[in-house]
Design a binder for this molecule. Sequence first.
Ligand code: SAM
Length: 245
Amino acid sequence: MGLTDSGKNNSAEEHARRVRDMFARISRRYDLLNHLLSVNIDKRWRRRVVEKLEPLVSHESRILDVACGTGDLSIALFENIGARVTGVDFCRPMLERAARKQMGIAFVEGDALQLPFDNEIFDAVTIAFGLRNLSSVEQGLGALRRVLKANGRAAILEFSRPVVPGFRLLAAAYCTRVLPRIGGMISGSRSAYEYLPDSVSRFPDQEKLSAMMSEAGFADISFENLTGGIAALHTGRRSGTDFSL
Ligand SMILES: C[S@@+](CC[C@H](N)C(=O)[O-])C[C@H]1O[C@@H](n2cnc3c(N)ncnc32)[C@H](O)[C@@H]1O
C-alpha cells in the first residue's frame, strides 16, 4: 500500500527531525570521532573534493557546501581555492561549531531539500556525507541542481560500496561491530553510530548514484573510488537551463 501525499510529507518530516536531533546530540564529539574512526582518512577524502574542483572554479566562484555540518569541507574549499563559500545545514549545533572555526564563510541554517537560495546562483555545489541522510536522494539531487548555474559543477562525497569483496566484508564488520561501540562510548549516542552503517547499506552504490545524477539533470558524470570504494566522489555538470514560460 502506498503512502498518501500527507503521509509521505509526515514521514519525511519525521525523518528530518530524527536526523537533526541525532546530529545535535553528537555535534560536540563529531569532529573527534570522524578523525578517530577513519584514522584521519576523512581529511584526505575532503581534500580530494578540493583537488577535483580546483581546476574548474576560480577565487571569484560561489560555492555552496550543502549539509556542511561542522564545516570541514567548506573550510578546505575556502582556504585552498579562495572562493566565496557558503555552508548550509539544518542542525544549529553543528553550524555553530563550523562558524567558530572560520569567520570568512557564510554559514546558513537551512534544509538541503528546500535550499534557501535563488535558482542558478552557484558555480559549484558540494555535499559530503550529507546526501545519504536526506529523506529523498532524488529530491536532494534536484535541489543541488536548482541552485547551480548552467554548467555549474556538483561534487558528491559519500560512503559507497567497497570494490574488493574481502575488503567489503572487513569494512562491513568494522562498521557494524567496532564503530557503534567506540562511537557510542565517546559521543554518548550508540544509536547514531548504528544508524551510520544502516544508512550506508541503504544508499545507492557508485553506478546507481551516477544513474540518479543523470536522471536529475547532470551531465559529464564520473566517479572515483576512495580507499577501495569505502567512499566515492561523484562529479557532474548541470546540463542546460530550465525555461519556464
Ligand atoms: C555526516 S554529517 C556531514 C557533515 C560535513 N559535510 C562533513 O563532511 O563532515 C551530515 C550533516 O548533514 C546534515 N543534514 C542532514 N539532513 C539535512 C537536511 N535535510 N538539510 C540540511 N542538512 C542536513 C546534518 O545536520 C549533518 O550536519
